[in-house]
Design a protein around this ligand. Structure first.
Ligand SMILES: [Zn+2]
Length: 383
């Protein structure tokens, strides 16, 4: 035990004594180029997500020969030695240096760096000091976005998600999981199976983890799975045809809804408008039924027969119904990773077909229409 502790400390000691060779070793092991991070609070996550290695720049023991040209003797040793190492070429292996402006010296260093060490581009970042102001939050977000864009320019690649094995995010009907430099895109339900638990005999994808737990994917009705490099995935047309505004974002507003509305023929039905052609990411037949019931519009009603007030109601219902479904962990007709049903109680679904309409008590009807069952209430959703 003591030996391993000694080993550990001596490893750290070696890194502290030879930071450059430790950095070069990490770059070799990870296959990533490094971006320098001046103290303190540089956004390592953005650097990491861009595929670079964030490298702390804390100076080191050195004689100040060159840095005195820019920084007087009373500036702190970290800033003086960072500048010295920059000017004598020690930091030439860095792709860029992110420099915040926390103290008076840092405020100057950023400008000095641009002139003294032009071979390592400086990326400045300003952190607002007043955390209580709304404006400060807006400003900080913009600073992060600007740093992201500057790093994207360096790499020529867009940052779309955190490049960590455990980070995933959904994009419309897709779940995209980044694993190092590969992306796994899944559109089917995903199930988790604890170690030793049985998994379904029929599945299209089975991934085993080190602890012998699994996740399985099974195609139901339709679905696909892709595995590709992040570079391939970033190309337009790789697995999505076009990225469009998510209906739960502010970008998806009434004006955008109008644009979509005016781009289709007025004699198509509202189901065809909302739930086909991937016009609205994530809006499929499953969520459509309650959206239309909440707006009191029949799924077969043609756009040209929908009044201005009904259209407004429909837009509102798209936003609020989807939000309610998301906030309550999905619909009760769907299961999550652990096989648990969602908390959103569907008004119209196979689960409720035998119940009377909760609004008017009339019958709920189910029929096949445009590749999938539609559900509607005779009383509330008149054609
Ligand atoms: Zn009804």
């Amino acid at each position: 035990m003591m030996e391993s502790l000694h080993e550990l400390i001596s490893k750290l000691e070696q890194v502290a004594l030879h930071p450059k060779s430790a950095a070069l070793q990490s770059m070799k092991e990870t296959g990533r180029e490094a971006i320098g991070c001046f103290p303190i609070y540089t956004p390592d996550e953005i650097i990491y997500a861009a595929g670079y290695l964030p490298l702390g720049m804390w100076g080191g023991k050195t004689e100040i020969r060159l840095a005195g040209k820019y920084l007087p003797a009373f500036c702190c040793s970290i800033m003086r030695s960072n500048l010295e190492f920059g000017m004598n070429g020690t930091y030439d292996f860095l792709k860029a240096a992110v420099i915040p402006t926390f103290c008076d010296t840092l405020k100057c260093v950023c400008e000095n760096w641009k002139v003294a060490i032009p071979q390592v581009p400086a990326i400045p970042i300003v952190y607002p000091q007043n955390r209580a102001l709304e404006a400060a939050h807006v400003y900080l977000k913009q600073e992060f976005l600007r740093v992201k864009e500057e790093i994207e320019k360096l790499s020529g690649k867009k940052i779309t998600g955190a490049a960590k094995p455990d980070a995933g995010y959904t994009c419309g009907g897709n779940v995209e999981i980044n694993c190092g430099d590969m992306v796994l895109v899944i559109t089917t339900p995903i199930k988790y199976h604890a170690p030793k638990a049985k998994f379904p005999p029929k599945h299209q994808l089975l991934i085993q983890f080190d602890d012998l737990s699994h996740i399985s994917c099974t195609v139901q009705m339709w679905g696909c799975m892709y595995c590709m490099t992040t570079e391939e995935a970033a190309k337009p047309g790789s697995f999505y045809t076009e990225r469009k505004p998510d209906p739960l974002t502010d970008e998806f507003d009434a004006a955008y809804f109008d644009l979509l509305w005016n781009a289709v023929k007025p004699n198509i039905s509202v189901k065809a408008f909302l739930a086909t052609e991937q016009r609205i990411p994530g809006l499929g037949n499953g969520v459509l039924q309650d959206i239309l019931w909440n707006a009191r519009i029949h799924p077969k009603k043609k756009l040209q027969d929908i009044t201005g007030a009904e259209k407004e109601q429909l837009f509102h219902s798209v936003k609020t119904t989807l939000l309610a479904m998301r906030e309550q962990g999905g619909r009760d007709t769907e299961k999550d990773l652990f096989g648990k049903n969602g908390g959103y109680k569907t008004v119209l679904s196979s689960k409720t077909i035998k119940n009377p309409c909760p609004a008017c008590g009339d019958m709920i009807t189910r029929e096949a229409y445009l590749g999938g069952n539609i559900y509607y209430c005779f009383g509330c959703q008149k054609l």
